[in-house]
Write a protein that binds this ligand. Structure first.
Ligand SMILES: [Zn+2]
Length: 101
């Protein structure tokens, strides 16, 4: 076998399967917003999903102590909830609007 036909040994990457770094956005608006998805690199209008965040549970606990029949109210208030943004194309999580950290 002709040694010149053997390709030179390729450079060995230390981490050939290193996980791709994806930026997660915080403090996005609380409504669907137009942005570039970091996962599929497409300009999309995000899908906003409401989620009971820390603020909801803080108010629930306070209301349980003060006036427990009203404790469910924060779970019904959209303005108390965190908003998670997802890509409509690839369905990946893009970022979140947190009411409190
Ligand atoms: Zn995407």
């Amino acid at each position: 076998m002709d040694p010149s036909s053997i390709p030179p040994k390729s450079y060995q990457n230390d981490q050939p399967n290193a996980p791709q770094t994806i930026v997660t956005f915080y403090n996005l608006p609380d409504h669907p917003t137009f942005m570039n998805c970091p996962w599929c690199n497409t300009n999309v209008t995000t899908q906003a999903h409401l989620k009971n965040g820390l603020l909801v549970w803080v108010i629930v606990i306070v209301l349980l102590i003060v006036c427990f029949p009203l404790a469910f109210i924060p779970c019904c208030l959209q303005s108390c909830k965190d908003v998670e943004h997802y890509c409509p194309k690839c369905s990946h999580f893009i970022g979140v609007k947190k009411r409190i950290e």
